[in-house]
Design a protein around this ligand. Structure first.
Ligand code: 5RP
Length: 225
């Protein structure tokens, strides 16, 4: 199976977690996009969705799914999203698609985080994928120095093919931090959150996944945490 077929398989499996008549939280990225396409097929069963990015909102609307403002929603039962890496405890690195802050916000009000990922995302130790950290633009260099002191090698994310800084939906910059071997994801999440100028860190350990639907050559494996 190709990686896209594995992503499609987990996206299809995630439909079983959708609660009829409710609002669902929807993540960002290529795997989440497959999920949105599946959600489009059952859109009459849900009340609407809260999106974790402008791109996701546009795709949901393209399928005729109502996108609600989180300020108008009290709670969400289920949040479905991909990951860049996930470990055996359900801790994740996210933000490859630059939506980490809104993803974290929507996940924080959701009862269940269902991670959908192809098998390549399961790792023993988080950190091979450079850890995305969203920062206030004026603080980029100051935060960068602090992340270096924590043992990482931060690099400002730039627009594809250029040297201009990539700007997130929130007007932030992203520092991609390479060289970390994250043996204590909860502690590192706390440490990075405490750096002034950080908007959010793409470590989802304090609020990790509750379920991971992992696409493998042998089918969809369900991991619960
Ligand atoms: C976006 C994310 C994505 O969930 C993550 O990058 C995985 O993306 P994909 O499903 O395309 O592999 O965190 O900010």
């Amino acid at each position: 199976m190709t990686q896209d077929e594995l992503k499609q398989a987990v996206a299809r499996a995630a439909i079983d977690y959708v609660v009829d008549g409710e609002i669902i939280g929807v993540g960002t990225g290529s795997t989440a996009n497959f999920f949105i396409d599946e959600l489009g097929k059952i859109k009459d069963r849900i009340k609407g969705a809260v999106a974790s990015s402008e791109a996701t909102a546009a795709r949901l609307r393209g399928h005729g799914i109502e996108v609600l403002d989180l300020n108008d929603v009290e709670a969400i039962s289920v949040y479905v999203d991909g990951a860049d890496e996930i470990d055996a405890s359900g801790a994740m690195i996210k933000g490859g698609g630059a939506a980490l802050t809104r993803e974290k916000i929507v996940a924080s009000v959701s009862g269940k985080f269902v991670c959908i990922a192809d098998g390549s995302k399961l790792v023993q130790t988080l950190g091979k994928f450079p850890l995305p950290v969203e920062v206030i633009p004026m603080a980029a260099n100051a935060v960068s120095r602090k992340l270096t002191r924590l043992g990482g090698q931060p690099r400002l994310r730039t627009k594809a093919g250029g040297t201009d800084a990539f700007v997130t939906d929130n007007g932030g910059y992203i520092l991609d931090v390479a060289g970390l071997s994250i043996t204590d994801p909860v502690a590192l999440e706390t440490d990075i959150n405490q750096i002034v100028g950080v908007i959010a860190v793409g470590l989802f350990a304090q609020r990790g996944a509750n379920v991971c639907l992992l696409g493998t050559g042998d089918g969809v494996r369900t991991m619960t945490f």
